[in-house]
Design a binder for this molecule. Structure first.
Ligand code: SAH
Length: 347
């Protein structure tokens, strides 16, 4: 049966029209599912019994199951989910003073093989459905009290979102729809390793969330080595495509730059990064490398990281050092997948 969660709003509208129902019924159903935590059709008390029965014949309401929760000392929580097909993915919930951000996954594993990322060691196991993707947000919201509900979503968990294009787009539409999840598109970010063709396609969608690019190197030789996707989409092509990206006037592209000691952290790298980014309205997030067992790299010293940042700030870039959340629970950038790999479920 079809999962109502992740089912496109447009298709639901069509179905209800075919059933001879007014449009506001669609909004009522979406509001129940995405806002009022309804997980059974009987709970939708403003719908007729007949309609509830009809819906129950066509749809199930299925969420990823929380298989484990791990709490970090910094307040963030890593969720391990089991999906309908038995595979597992992780999300990380991060509270801040004024917001709570959920980092969600788009694929089980990933096929891009970036050499610094733990998820890459899994290879691509499978693609999440739109229901699995937005279902992570709903399942976390079901698990948390009202004051901790998710306000911001970043697609920076396991997988390459643009490599699971259609399902990710459907999930994003529901996330920002004023009838479904109602999260402002300014509070949703899609991060990509730089699949140029897909970025161009995404620019043409009716989805105006923030775009983040994992650049991570300033020369092709280095980027080829740490991000093999660079051989297909080299830095020059990527930057050309981003210069043309139809950014709304108040928006900026975020560039993520994982700092790897001795690989991409020199003064020359900082200078090249400044030059590369000079023609794009952007901000920069520097992410000191997060280690894991068997990893090949080290983060630079505090001093090196600061000096890299200071150069960019001096060149007038908004440059942040991403304070890593959840490193103690392998919940920080690039650390997701450990549990999925071993299959262990730490309580
Ligand atoms: N595939 C997408 C989404 C994943 S986002 C992308 O590449 O953007 C995960 C972010 O964490 C990326 O910016 C990636 O460069 C970064 N990252 C991966 N492994 C890391 C590690 N070990 N330490 C710090 N950052 C890492």
């Amino acid at each position: 049966m079809t999962n109502l969660i992740g089912f496109p709003e447009e298709k639901l509208k069509q179905l209800f029209a075919d059933w001879g129902l007014p449009a506001y019924r669609v909004q009522q159903v979406l509001s129940w599912v995405y806002h009022h935590h309804a997980r059974r059709f009987e709970e939708m008390t403003n719908l007729s019994k007949e309609l509830r029965a009809r819906l129950a014949k066509h749809f199930v309401i299925a969420l990823p199951r929380i298989a484990a929760k791990t709490h970090s000392q910094d307040g963030s929580v890593k969720y391990l989910f089991e999906l309908g097909n038995g595979s597992q993915v992780e999300s990380v919930w991060m509270p801040d003073e004024s917001r709570t951000t959920l980092c969600i996954s788009s694929q089980v594993g990933c096929r891009l093989a970036c050499s610094f990322c733990l998820t890459a060691t899994l290879g691509l196991k499978n693609n999440l459905t739109a229901g699995d993707i937005i279902g992570q947000v709903l399942a976390v919201n079901d698990d948390l009290p009202e004051e901790n509900q998710v306000t911001n979503v970043v697609m920076m968990g396991m997988g390459e979102p643009l490599d699971n294009y259609e399902e990710v787009c459907e999930a994003l539409r529901l996330l920002v729809s004023p009838h479904a999840m109602r999260i402002s598109n300014r509070k949703v970010t899609l991060s990509t390793a730089g699949l140029v063709d897909r970025i161009q396609q995404f620019a043409g969608e009716d989805i105006h969330v923030n775009l983040a690019i994992s650049l991570n190197a300033t020369e092709d030789a280095t980027r080829d080595q740490i991000m093999p996707i660079n051989k297909k989409y080299p830095i020059k092509n990527l930057m050309e495509c981003l210069k043309k990206y139809p950014l709304k006037p108040t928006r900026r592209i975020t560039f993520e730059y994982v700092l790897l000691k001795g690989i991409n952290d020199s003064d020359e790298d900082a200078v090249r990064l400044g030059k590369l980014l000079s023609q794009v309205r952007c901000k920069i997030n520097l992410i000191p490398f997060n280690g894991f067992e068997g990893s090949l790299y080290q983060p630079p010293s505090e001093e090196r990281i600061k000096s890299f940042q200071n150069y960019l700030i001096q060149k007038k870039f908004s440059t942040f050092i991403r304070n890593n959340r959840g490193t103690d629970i392998l919940g920080a950038c690039g650390q997701l997948a450990a549990q999925a790999m071993t299959g262990s479920t730490t309580p």
